[in-house]
Design a protein around this ligand. Structure first.
Ligand code: URA
Length: 292
């Protein structure tokens, strides 16, 4: 049981039982969690909570705010960026929350699909795949040789599904708060870099990624967005749920489209603030919508 987890090299805890990176102990985090990247976004959304009972920023850059929304206990956790941060958050929160968890991500992303435009919100209703740099493709370069063309420079995974009921609640709540035309659904691809594995061309590096966005779209035609966290959340939710019902995590993800990779357009700061305010309420609505 998570409550009896002991500190060890395998799962370090401080003497009071706080986890190593997120810095939370049993009872600090609610079983409904909204996770974002930007800590300022977490604080902005937290203004809509009925109360704030616990606020903590860890030395490793995680901010946790626990309170209630419409009378229901919720936590908002800002994790910064990337799959390692997402991994630490899910595991440390799983270890310090008793019973089933519901998790929603409200992040930002780039749009690569036909329906993506800057300022829209994309719900990863069809799940997320991972896109990782295949390091062995590059390995011959260490000795000054051409890369191993028998390998692909990037690995595009199968899609991991999102929780259906929570994803539907998320779409409904977003449509109510920001309007039908501002919400799209599809798949997400989660990359291990903002640059190379999202198909950004960088003259300073040999990345072999000119065809990557096209390859992602070919493998997953419903893939609308690229970011750096959603797959990890959905994937770990499935792995936790496979342990036991009591240990289960149900997860869904949405993201504001900051970059239009086809039109080469980037969002204005005032649009972000408006979206965070309006869509922030919608994600809280969705977080308390589904019974356990
Ligand atoms: N976040 C990402 O990971 N990629 C983008 O293009 C925009 C936001």
């Amino acid at each position: 049981a998570p409550a009896s987890r002991m500190s060890s090299a395998n799962f370090p805890l401080d003497p009071e039982g706080h986890t190593y990176h997120v810095g939370v102990k049993m009872g600090r985090v609610a079983n409904r969690i909204l996770t974002v990247g930007d800590p300022e976004r977490a604080h902005r959304i937290a203004k809509s909570l009925d109360s704030k009972d616990f606020v903590f920023t860890s030395k490793r850059g995680f901010t946790t705010i626990t309170g209630a929304y419409k009378g229901v206990p919720v936590s908002i956790v800002a994790i910064g960026m990337g799959t390692p941060m997402a991994d630490m958050m899910v595991r440390e929160i799983r270890a310090t929350v008793e019973g089933p968890i519901q998790l929603i991500r409200f992040g930002s992303c780039g749009g690569i699909g036909t329906r993506s435009q800057v300022g829209l919100i994309a719900v990863a209703k069809d799940g997320a795949a991972s896109v990782t740099r295949n390091n062995d493709f590059f390995a011959p370069m260490y000795a000054g040789n051409a890369p191993d063309e028998s390998l692909s420079p990037y690995v595009i995974s199968e899609a991991c599904p999102a929780d259906k009921e929570i994803s539907e609640a998320l779409v409904d709540a977003l449509r109510k708060r920001i309007g039908d035309d501002s919400v799209i659904t599809g798949m997400n691809a989660t990359a291990d870099s903002f640059y190379s594995s999202q198909g950004r061309l960088d003259p300073g590096f040999n990345d072999y990624n000119q065809d990557l966005i096209e390859a992602i779209r070919k493998r997953h035609p419903n893939c609308e967005t690229l970011e750096m966290e959603s797959f990890t959340l959905l994937h770990l939710a499935r792995c936790a749920s496979f342990v036991s019902k009591e240990n289960s995590i149900r997860a869904a993800a949405c993201a504001m489209i900051f970059a239009d990779r086809k039109a080469n357009d980037f969002i204005a700061p005032e649009t972000v603030e408006r979206l965070e305010n309006d869509a922030g309420l919608a994600v809280l609505d969705a977080l308390v919508a589904c019974p356990f």
